[in-house]
Ligand binder design. Structure first.
Ligand SMILES: *[C@@H]1O[C@H](CO)[C@@H](O)[C@H](O)[C@H]1NC(C)=O
Ligand SMILES: *[C@@H]1O[C@H](CO)[C@@H](O)[C@H](O)[C@H]1NC(C)=O
Ligand SMILES: *[C@@H]1O[C@H](CO)[C@@H](O)[C@H](O)[C@H]1NC(C)=O
Ligand SMILES: *[C@@H]1O[C@H](CO)[C@@H](O)[C@H](O)[C@H]1NC(C)=O
Ligand SMILES: CC(=O)N[C@H]1CO[C@H](CO)[C@@H](O)[C@@H]1O
Length: 594
């Protein structure tokens, strides 16, 4: 259909400008929306004028006081400044599980040795003989001292941060003063990585001005590097939106300083992403019909492509090319699945065909799922597995570039990620529709979080239960028990008051009964709120809601839902999230449909 193909940028921008038919009546809203709908150039340039002050570098290393000793093999040893600095990174993490992991220790030690003098290198040959505990104590004491700081000292730090924010945290892009996202460069340290990352423990180098490429307009005041240093390069490229970039040493990936998510340019990009997902909504039926037909194709490559596409659609799998450059972890996506990653369970009598997936996905997060599939998919998988070894590719006639090319042909701008965004958003919308209208506010929020959780589970956004989980649940339970005691006490009081009233029949005792009734009602409400909170927290134990909320759920669905049910937006989005979704908060009406 025509809806399926239109997508060039100018068309999108037109949609952006006309997306809200009601706005003629709303002047304040009109004002707000203007920011999102300015005419954009169509030659691919992102700005005409860009001026900023460059990044803020991490503070320089301050050597340990002499009294804080490092011990090797039981004897104190003074380290050279570079070796000492890297040792402190490890010392700071001593209480963390990471420092007990073999890979972490091995990587750290290897990189640490590179910073040592040759003398140190000869002497320090075994990490197990290193004693960092005094350094660790020192940092703990420092962090304790920071907590104990006086109000005035805290205020001074706050003011200094504010000064840095005012000086470096904003740029001028065309006619707007815009917040910069991450203008502070991360300090050096040890790489952690998620899951069992093979590079954990490696030294994340200090970034210097000589590593930085600056991007700004020719006719702007160029940012000055710190005294005595130079930038790597200053360029003027208005086809990109970053202000500064450098290459980090762990994965070799390029890092950028960009505008804050609340900026117009980011909001527009975010908006486009969800518009693409909405276009998929219109052609997903056609795409599904086609891949079903393709399961019967004479050509093996087409059958494989069609089964892979089915997994991407049904399971929200990643395509398989999202590995960070240089990443060596053995992680896979749909196209790179191997024979060993799936198991087939035929159950002939029940007519049910089940596939079990078990592999490491992005960031080494385990993906495990056992799902029923259609017979034809199952038969195809059996065919793909014939005469293969466990380490062979499941889809030997397919790779990520072939699949992505095919997706492009199906719909302009289509990627595996669009399926995720589409399914996540539509799932949220459906779940929210099932909500009862007479629910109390806490119950509404619980339902919202449940809908959000359904999506997070779909996208495999797991987390380890937070360390403080049991403790905080206990605290909550104590509060609930107290409330319950309070409630039974209040009920007894009501009973007594009623008896009183029965005996005396006067106004005073009547009022007393009323007051007791009100008190009970109040306590019941408080109790319910606590119980809802406990349910919410328990259900959330192993699920990370943030990722889907930030990246896969069309924020207009949530905003519209809040408007429709009178739920304050603050209950759904915190401050950072509200900034990122400013465009949606401004645009979405309560009847918005994804
Ligand atoms: C490390 O050094 C501290 C003294 O600074 C000492 O109390 C501790 O026992 C030492 N730890 C080991 C494992 O030798
Ligand atoms: C979203 O994914 C789930 C899980 O596979 C699936 O059951 C559901 O049909 C999908 N919904 C849509 C609208 O694609
Ligand atoms: C994917 O397969 C095609 C066709 O076999 C081949 O031309 C292409 O180089 C492959 N791409 C990658 C990244 O392996
Ligand atoms: C808001 O939530 C996100 C998680 O989605 C978190 O990373 C961020 O720190 C929170 N911001 C504030 C201001 O609480
Ligand atoms: C280091 C870096 O980010 N370089 C990029 C700058 O922008 C151009 C496009 O304008 C890219 O080609 C570079 O890779």
């Amino acid at each position: 259909s025509a809806d399926c193909v239109l997508s060039n940028e100018s068309v999108l921008f037109t949609c952006f400008r006309t997306s809200s038919p009601k706005r003629r009546q709303k002047t304040r809203k009109e004002q707000k929306e203007r920011k999102w709908e300015e005419e954009r150039s169509t030659d691919g340039s992102k700005w005409r004028f860009l001026e900023h002050k460059g990044p803020v570098f991490a503070p320089l290393y301050e050597p340990m006081p002499d009294k804080v000793k490092f011990y090797y093999d039981g004897k104190p040893m003074k380290l050279s400044a570079p070796a000492e600095e890297v040792a402190t990174f490890f010392a700071k993490m001593l209480d963390h599980e990471y420092t007990t992991k073999d890979i972490f220790r091995k990587n750290f030690f290897k990189d640490w040795r590179k910073e040592m003098t040759s003398e140190e290198k000869t002497k320090i040959t075994d990490l197990n003989k290193c004693n960092f505990s005094e350094m660790n104590e020192y940092f703990k004491a420092q962090s304790e001292a920071r907590k104990q700081m006086s109000k005035e000292e805290k205020q001074k730090i706050k003011e200094e941060n504010e000064r840095l924010l005012q000086e470096y945290g904003f740029c001028l892009m065309d006619n707007h003063k815009e917040r910069i996202g991450n203008f502070r460069i991360e300090p050096p340290g040890l790489f952690r990585g998620r899951g069992d990352h093979p590079k954990m423990g490696m030294l994340k180098r200090r970034i210097r001005p000589e590593d930085i490429i600056i991007n700004c307009s020719k006719d702007s005041k160029h940012p000055k590097p710190p005294p005595g240093t130079k930038w790597k390069e200053v360029r003027h490229d208005n086809k990109v939106t970053w202000l500064a970039s450098w290459t980090e040493n762990i994965q070799g990936s390029i890092k950028y300083i960009m505008l804050n998510p609340s900026s117009r340019i980011k909001g527009e990009k975010d908006w486009q992403k969800y518009e693409t997902a909405r276009r998929l909504k219109k052609c997903v039926d056609r795409i599904r019909t086609q891949y079903r037909d393709d399961w019967k194709s004479k050509e093996m490559r087409i059958r494989q492509r069609a089964v892979a596409l089915y997994f991407i659609d049904k399971l929200a799998l990643r395509a398989g090319n999202e590995k960070e450059e240089g990443e060596t972890a053995d992680t896979v996506g749909c196209c790179s699945l191997r024979v060993e990653h799936i198991k087939l369970y035929p159950k002939m009598d029940e007519q049910e065909y089940v596939v079990e997936f078990d592999f490491l996905g992005k960031d080494s997060i385990r993906y495990y799922n056992k799902i029923p599939v259609e017979k034809r998919v199952f038969k195809n998988l059996q065919l793909f597995l014939e005469n293969k070894q466990p380490e062979d590719d499941l889809f030997d006639r397919l790779n990520t570039s072939i699949l992505n090319k095919h997706l492009q042909e199906l719909m302009d701008g289509l990627t595996a990620k669009v399926f995720r965004t589409y399914n996540a958003s539509i799932t949220l919308q459906q779940q929210l529709k099932e909500l009862a209208s007479d629910d109390s506010l806490p119950a509404k929020i619980l339902s919202y979080n449940r809908a959000n959780r359904a999506v997070a589970i779909l996208c495999n956004h797991q987390r380890a239960p937070p360390k403080t989980f049991e403790k905080s649940m206990q605290n909550l339970q104590t509060k609930i028990d107290e409330k319950q005691n309070q409630l039974s006490a209040a009920r007894k009081q009501l009973k007594a008051a009623k008896a009183d009233h029965k005996a005396s029949h006067d106004d005073k005792s009547k009022k007393a009964v009323e007051l007791k009734r009100k008190a009970i009602q109040r306590i019941e409400e408080q109790l319910m709120k606590l119980q809802v909170q406990a349910t919410d927290r328990e259900e959330n134990k192993q699920i990370a809601l943030g990722t889907s909320k930030l990246n896969y759920l069309d924020p207009r669905i949530s905003v519209a839902w809040c408007k429709k049910w009178d739920v304050p937006i603050e209950k759904i989005y915190n401050k950072t999230q509200r900034e990122k979704f400013a465009w949606a908060i401004d645009m979405a009406e309560k009847d918005y449909e994804f």
